[in-house]
Design a protein around this ligand. Structure first.
Ligand code: HEM
Length: 340
């Protein structure tokens, strides 16, 4: 095949928006990339939130069953998918890819997930205090995997990266503790109501309130970090996706309030209302993660403002993506992206 055809093919792959947070001029992200990202985010959330749930909800009520292995496998599949999509978009073999920032992120993500797997296995075969300690280790390893993911996203770009990364990490941890914790809670409050389950649900409600406040505060800070100012969001896909996330967060807050002020007070006698609303919260949370998976691949609003600026990389431009990948290797920028 002629070199020009290969370059055109690679450019088409990038234009198909499969390369993670590459600046993709006017193109929507590909379905495969979104599914891989969604698997990674929800899998990590369930591993992290499930382990936090194990610590918070207590041994008596928390029997995680198949949740931890299923969540781990989902996260591992998502990580492999995201990495492979980025590698292909950069047109690199595995060896060279592992020397790029997204390749290194995938590598460290795999190390963290391997540690998660070992800790999950140990937690599964231990009991009492040992299980609590291993659950803490699972949470720490999942938090590490989230950090490696954040380090390959928009937060790690440009000025003030360490602060943006810290805020984004807190955002992801809050989303994971709440989202994954909801699934653990739903499993914990199966069966007949009792005082232990009611107490566990009350403890979770306090954690959810903290997560809500953290998500809102860090979400606003990250939005300003990406957009510069709120006017820059108007009329962009990125802005619309953020508005959808804010609406979903409000809905989650309303559902959480309903549980706290209505269903928790009767939880010792009747758990049906609580279970119904928790299931609804999980569905809304899933929608929030789906929107986030698209958002993480969309062009941040501040980049949209740079469109047309000299040197700004357009995926569908005449510049071959393989050339960009090589430049990325040399300069340390991500995903073949060219900074302006
Ligand atoms: C509804 C609950 C929410 C959940 C579960 C959630 C979850 C997440 C996660 C997991 C990420 C990391 C995505 C990635 O790097 O792959 C993220 C990114 C982000 N979130 Fe949220 N979020 C929520 C609400 C919000 C709200 C209300 C805002 C804005 C006010 C917001 C603004 C952002 C921004 C700006 C990013 C960075 C996206 C980028 O990399 O360009 N989030 N969110």
């Amino acid at each position: 095949m002629a070199a020009g055809a290969v370059a055109a093919g690679l450019t088409a792959v990038v234009a198909g928006a499969v390369a993670g947070p590459v600046a993709l001029a006017g193109e929507g992200p590909g379905a495969t990339a979104i599914v891989a990202q969604l698997a990674l985010l929800t899998g990590l959330a369930c591993v992290f939130g499930g382990a936090c749930g194990g610590l918070l909800l207590g041994q008596a009520t928390h029997r995680p069953g198949l949740l931890p292995p299923a969540a781990w496998a989902t996260a591992a599949g998502g990580l492999a998918g995201v990495a492979e999509i980025r590698r292909r978009a950069m047109g690199l073999g595995l060896g060279p890819f592992l020397h790029t920032p997204p390749g290194r992120s995938a590598l460290w993500g795999s190390v963290s997930l391997a540690a998660c797997c070992a800790a999950l296995t140990a937690a599964g075969v231990s009991s009492g205090r040992g299980r609590r300690l291993w659950n803490a280790a699972v949470s720490a390893a999942a938090a590490g995997a989230m950090l490696t993911h954040v380090l390959s996203g928009h937060a790690a770009e440009g000025s003030g990266a360490p602060l943006k990364v810290a805020v984004q990490w807190a955002h992801m941890l809050a989303g994971g503790a709440w989202g994954g914790g909801l699934v653990a809670l739903l499993l914990a409050i199966r069966g007949a109501p009792d005082a232990d389950k009611a107490a566990a649900a009350r403890r979770f409600s306090t954690l959810a309130a903290g997560a809500l406040a953290t998500l809102a505060a860090t979400g606003v800070v990250r939005t300003l970090g990406e957009a510069g100012n709120l006017e820059a969001l108007a009329g962009t896909t990125y802005g619309r996706l953020l508005a959808a996330k804010a609406a979903l967060l409000l809905l989650l807050a309303a559902l959480g309030a309903r549980n706290r002020f209505r269903h928790l007070s009767v939880a010792e006698r009747d758990l049906s209302g609580l279970r119904r609303v928790v299931a609804l919260e999980i569905a809304v949370m899933l929608a929030a993660f789906a929107v986030t998976s698209v958002l993480a691949q969309a062009r941040p609003a501040r980049e949209a403002a740079l469109r047309g600026a000299p040197g700004y990389f357009e995926a569908a431009s005449t510049r071959p993506s393989a050339e960009c990948a090589a430049a990325s290797l040399a300069s340390g920028t991500r995903n073949g992206e060219h900074d302006t």
